[in-house]
Design a protein around this ligand. Structure first.
Ligand SMILES: *Cc1c(COP(=O)(O)O)cnc(C)c1O
Length: 368
C-alpha cells in the first residue's frame, strides 16, 4: 500500500486545465507550429506592447539581483493612475496570485466561500487548496445571480468571488448592481471583485470600482496585466483594497512574488494608453466578426464583454470535445469547457482578423 500524502481536500483537487500550448499541439498532431492559431487563453493577439519590450531590455541588466520586493516604482505608477495610496496595493504573480492569497488569508478549513456556477476555474481551486467549503450559486443566464449569492451567505462565509466580466461566459454585471450587492454583504465577508477583462468594457458599461474600495473595507478589486496589456507570460497582476485586507495579503505572499522584468514591463504597459485603445478596438471588431459568423452558422452564443466568446457547437454532451478535436487537427486551438459543466460549448478567444477567419473556416468544416 502506498502512503497517501496531504489532507483529503488537497487530494480531491482536479488540476487546472489551461489552453494547450502551441508546441504541444504541433507535436501531437504533426503540424507546423508557425501555422497553428491559438485562441484558447484570452491572450492579447497583438502580443506584448513595444513599450514593455523596451522596458524589459533595459531591466534585464539588473536581473542578476532580486527584484524590489515591495514594487515601489510599479506601485507609484498604479498610484498615479488610480489615485490610491501604495498601502492599498498588492502585487501578484499574475492576478491568479491575488485570488490564491485571498483564500489563504481569509479562509480556514471548513469555512465557506461563495462563487457562481460557470465562473472562473481558479475559485474552486483556491477554495479547495485551503480546505474551504464551496457554496456554488446557480448561474442566471450564464452569469452571476447576485440576489441568490446574497441568500447563499452563511455564518461561516468568509469570501465571495465575483468575476466581472465573467470567464468563460463573458457575462457582465452593471456597476449599480454590484454596488447594491456590496451594500448588503456583511462587513466581515471579503468580496473579491475580479476584473481581469475590465479594460475591454465599452465606455457606457465602465464603472469606478476603485472608488468603492474607499467605501467598503471588505472589498478587494483584482486586476490582471495578462489580458489587454499583453503580458500573460510575465505573470503580473495587482489587487486594490484598504490596509485591513492588503496588510494580510502582503504578510503571506512570497517576499519576491513579482519578478523584476514583469515589474518593469507593467509600468510601461500601464502607461501605454495607445496600445490599450488599439487592443480594445481590435477586440470589438473581432467580436463582431466572430458573432456575425456564428449568426450565419445559426450557432447560439453568449453575448460577451470580454475578449472571448462562448459558443454552442452541438446539442449532445460530446459536441464540445468532438468539435475541439476537429479544430485541433486543423491547427486551431480553442478552449473546451466541459470541465465547467458546459460540454456542448467552446470558448473562443478573439484573435487578429486573419486568425478569426482561419478559426471560422475550420469551425465550418468541423461542423459539416
Ligand atoms: C485570466 C483570468 C485571471 C488571471 O489572470 P492572470 O494571468 O493570473 O493575471 C483572473 N480572473 C479571470 C476571470 C481570468 O479570466
Amino acid at each position: 500500500m502506498s502512503i497517501q500524502f496531504g489532507p483529503d481536500y488537497v487530494r480531491a483537487i482536479a488540476p487546472y486545465q489551461g489552453g494547450r500550448p502551441i508546441a504541444e499541439v504541433a507535436r501531437e498532431f504533426g503540424l507546423d507550429e508557425a501555422r497553428i492559431v491559438k485562441l484558447a487563453s484570452n491572450e492579447n493577439p497583438l502580443g506584448m506592447p513595444e513599450s514593455a519590450k523596451k522596458a524589459i531590455a533595459l531591466a534585464i541588466a539588473d536581473a542578476g539581483r532580486y527584484p524590489d520586493g515591495n514594487g515601489f516604482e510599479l506601485k507609484a505608477a498604479l498610484t498615479a493612475k488610480y489615485g490610491v495610496p501604495a498601502e492599498w496595493i498588492t502585487l501578484g504573480n499574475g492576478s491568479n496570485d491575488i485570488l490564491e492569497l485571498s483564500a489563504h488569508a481569509f479562509v480556514q478549513p471548513g469555512q465557506s466561500v461563495i462563487y457562481a456556477q460557470y465562473s472562473f476555474a481558479v475559485y474552486p481551486l483556491a477554495t479547495q487548496a485551503v480546505g474551504g467549503r464551496s457554496l456554488v450559486v446557480a448561474a442566471k443566464d450564464f452569469g452571476h445571480d447576485l440576489e441568490a449569492m446574497i441568500d447563499a451567505i452563511e455564518d461561516d462565509t468568509r469570501l465571495i468571488f465575483i468575476a466581472n466580466p465573467n470567464n468563460p461566459t463573458g457575462t457582465f454585471i452593471p456597476g449599480h448592481e454590484i454596488e447594491s450587492f456590496l451594500k448588503r454583504v456583511p462587513p466581515n465577508v471579503v468580496v473579491v471583485l475580479d476584473e481581469a477583462y475590465t479594460e475591454f468594457l465599452a465606455p457606457e458599461l465602465q464603472y469606478d470600482s476603485i472608488a468603492w474600495v474607499a467605501q467598503y473595507p471588505n472589498l478587494l478589486v483584482s486586476r490582471s496585466m495578462s489580458k489587454v496589456y499583453g503580458l500573460a507570460g510575465l505573470r503580473i497582476g495587482y489587487g486594490i483594497a484598504q490596509p485591513g485586507i492588503t496588510d494580510l495579503l502582503n504578510r503571506i505572499r512570497q517576499p519576491f512574488n513579482v519578478n523584476s522584468l514583469a515589474q518593469a514591463a507593467a509600468i510601461a504597459a500601464l502607461n501605454d494608453t495607445e496600445f490599450v485603445k488599439k487592443s480594445a478596438e481590435l477586440n470589438a471588431a473581432g467580436y463582431h466578426q466572430l458573432t456575425q459568423a456564428f449568426d450565419a452558422l445559426k450557432l447560439m452564443y453568449v453575448p460577451s464583454c470580454g475578449n472571448f466568446v462562448l459558443v454552442k457547437v452541438g446539442d449532445d454532451d460530446g459536441a464540445g470535445a468532438r468539435i475541439n478535436l476537429a479544430l485541433l487537427k486543423q491547427g486551431v486551438i480553442v478552449r473546451p469547457v466541459g470541465n465547467y459543466g458546459l460540454p456542448q460549448w467552446l470558448r473562443i478567444s478573439i484573435g487578429l482578423e486573419e486568425e478569426n477567419a482561419i478559426c471560422l473556416a475550420a469551425l465550418k468544416k468541423a461542423l459539416a
